[in-house]
Design a protein around this ligand. Sequence first.
Ligand SMILES: O=C(O)CCC(=O)C(=O)O
Ligand SMILES: [Fe+2]
Length: 501
Amino acid sequence: MRFDMYGGPGVSQGAGENVFRDAEKQYQFHRDQIIRQRNGHAHGTRLVTRPSDLSSLVDLRDENTWSFAASTGSEPTGVARHDIMLLNDFNNEEAQERLPASAFTFPAHPGLVIIPGAISSTVQCQLIVDSLCVYPEPPSNTNHTLRYGHLPGLWHAATLPIPPNRKNLGGKERRDSDAEALRLSFKLTVDGPLGAKIAAKRAIKVAQEDSSSKFNKSVVAGGQREHDHDLAYKRQEQQEQQQHVSDHQSEGMPCPSQIPSSLWVRDGPGPSAKQMLHKLRWSTLGPQFNWSAREYEDGSTFRPLPSILRNLSVSIAEAVTELWELDAQDEEHLRMPSLPNSDSTAGLTLSTCECNETHWTINSALSLDSAHKRRQRRRPERPFSPDAAIVNYYREGDTLGGHLDDVEADMEQPIVSVSLGCEAVFLVGGKSRDVKPTAVLVRSGDVVVLAGHARKCYHGVPRIFCDRALPPALQNELQGLPSVLEHIAKSRINISIRAVK
Ligand SMILES: O=C(O)CCC(=O)C(=O)O
Ligand SMILES: [Fe+2]
């Protein structure tokens, strides 16, 4: 499914119109239907994932692929690596411990900084849990809000464990029990546009009731039932361990562990909670974004940007500020004539330039030394002060079409974008779709900073790799949360943190 959530002029229009679109097509997920023949008759079909050409995908953890990527592109790609120091604990504003990390810049995309593994697996786990269980809760809007109103308890309604007596059943009984559990999964009490109004009213009431509820025991429709929901416990455990007041508590919005029976019932007429979770595409933190008007709304209530996201994005933006302030002259070097396609063995040259950074440059390509000479470093006018984030949810086949984020009041403020879950292809091009984009593989825990020139450039996500294993450390971290692990192993979450007002 193509995921053009941004609407308006920022969205790709159709086939063959530009080089950005061509790159998107190169990476997009396709399944071919293979028809099996037996005795000259069609005998069943099989879906096979069409292999993509990943030869120019830049994998920043693999030095070899840099040279390959650089040699196949027609633009001067090249990558420079820089040593930076990053905060380790974003929960605690007092924490000072910094760990060394690598940040990468791209001469062809000044202002783009990528920091692989910037977020520890513990913090990734916390952000994944919050993105699923907390951030889509009211008062945040999601892509479902327009049609169904707010959907409190969505995660819980979608992941309610199968009845425990199932374990003692065998064979057919077990299958019947599974079918029963599926049939009994929670469904919305409303459907269709009319339902939205009803749902919205109910949701407000339920949210008010919920805001006084705490973790653990749940009451579900059709009688009293207790269940130790893994998320609720994990969050409580985390809070106790870290002895810090959670964002949600301090901001008066706990993660609800109740499934409001006015919204979710076992045999409602609307879609099931599982389907709704499956179709969750975005939620907003901070001022709500009106997708049709393409503007941030004034006045509507919203969930403030959680402090972990503010701390994380501010400290990362600070750690790489030196790398992204570039002046207009840099755009000059971007207009240098394209390099002829070098042969695939051309590779990269390792060099240390006058700024003491180590660069891999394309042989006989644009000299980074000269790029640096043209560059005059400039401090941003004001420090990064984020107040909002868009949380994007992707499943296999979902894409985010090439777009510009150009509705924020101050475009000098960067966007700090956190990848969680499955690997993805991140495309970043130029100010028009005619600039050939660079494709970078982003993994769980990687952070992309779009600042300076790159802040005003087209970017998008044409591919999610749901068939690749999650990093072992993250799997380990999610061991106690089977439903979260199962979900995130087949999906990707991106949190792009920004200053909108
Ligand atoms: O999912 C991503 O990595 C990119 C998200 C993005 O570009 C956005 O939210 O504006
Ligand atoms: Fe974006």
